[in-house]
Design a protein around this ligand. Structure first.
Ligand code: CA
Length: 229
């Protein structure tokens, strides 16, 4: 599962902005957008970001100028350039100018998500395949979980939910956030599926006489915060 990210899109074509916003939001990412380079750079300077999608052809500054400025401010911030299909020269100079990757318009969500995944794997905390949280051990590759050494058998969905909680340890997560991230589509109207699955996880993971690993925050959602082992 993808880590949830804050992504800045600098793009002047509204149709592309809408498509990217919709596609990334459906995967739980937050998209900030700017229609021109100047606004984009203000956001780079002031916001916490995980990645930038940058159109090469913008009305004010060129993508290359913006890239140079982003690199000056934040050398570690992954930047993916959006280029036109036949613009080989631009692609080469984008990479020479310090872009991490480029993607050619028109592109599909799948392609975009794959590029984002590849770029964010390269940076920051390299994702280890095992998470240790208190006395819980979660093997993200094998989809196996142990509590204090005892293997706990989880269904695929229970595992996905636990993984999401584990990656957001200590954060208050709303039911809608959890639905969007773990079920990957929006339920119409009211759904208690999150509550049902949290109950399944509690039944399997909690110990009698000890506080639950999953706190219910009334009216808001859940927080997962296992005590240190
Ligand atoms: Ca453009």
């Amino acid at each position: 599962m993808l880590r949830h990210m804050r992504i800045l899109l600098i793009e002047d074509e509204l149709a592309i902005t809408r498509m990217v916003e919709r596609g990334l939001a459906a995967h739980g990412h937050q998209v900030l957008s700017a229609e021109n380079g100047e606004d984009g750079l203000l956001i780079v300077a002031s916001e916490q970001l995980d990645l930038v999608l940058l159109d090469i052809g913008l009305p004010d500054l060129s993508g290359h100028e913006i890239l140079r400025e982003i690199r000056r401010q934040r050398s570690d911030l992954p930047v993916i350039m959006l280029t036109a299909r036949d613009d080989v020269e631009s692609k080469v100079s984008a990479l020479d100018g310090g872009a991490d990757d480029y993607i050619t318009k028109p592109f599909s969500y799948e392609e975009l998500l794959a590029r984002i995944r590849a770029r964010t794997r390269d940076t920051g905390q390299r994702q280890s395949s095992t998470l240790e949280l208190g006395d819980l051990t979660i093997d993200l590759q094998a989809h196996r979980v142990w509590r204090a050494g005892d293997h706990i058998d989880l269904s695929r969905r229970e595992f996905a939910l636990l993984e999401y909680f584990a990656r957001n340890r200590g954060r208050l997560l709303s039911r809608q956030q959890i639905l969007t991230a773990v079920w990957e589509y929006e339920f119409e109207g009211e759904s208690n599926v999150v509550d049902v699955y949290v109950r399944y996880l509690r039944n399997k993971l909690d110990r009698e006489g000890e506080p639950s690993l999953f706190s219910t925050i009334r009216g808001s959602g859940y927080r997962f915060d296992p005590p240190p082992a």
